[in-house]
Design a protein around this ligand. Sequence first.
Ligand code: FES
Length: 103
Amino acid sequence: MADWIRVCTTADCPLGEGREFVIADRVVAIFHLAEGFFALEGICPHQGGPLGRGCLQGCRVTCPWHGWQFDVRDGQHGSIASLVQPGWPVRVEGEEVWVQLQE
Ligand code: FES
């Protein structure tokens, strides 16, 4: 069972935006939707772009390098059904955002 790791505060990632954090040698993209916070592996599977710095529209983030899109809730690629970006469970305790990083 992986440990829960504190990533940021809720204020660090405003509603409707994403942020990139490096935690335990992993690049973690945190996204803040009205329904909660979500975490994806932050390195785009196309050519390594920073998903946490992409544009978030609704539940979909667009990689800033070449425009691949992912649903931040489950990592599903916007047009390639077989491609799912890994993500991790998130919980919010008070004003702190925690992620359960798994291999
Ligand atoms: S690196 Fe993300 S779309 Fe190319």
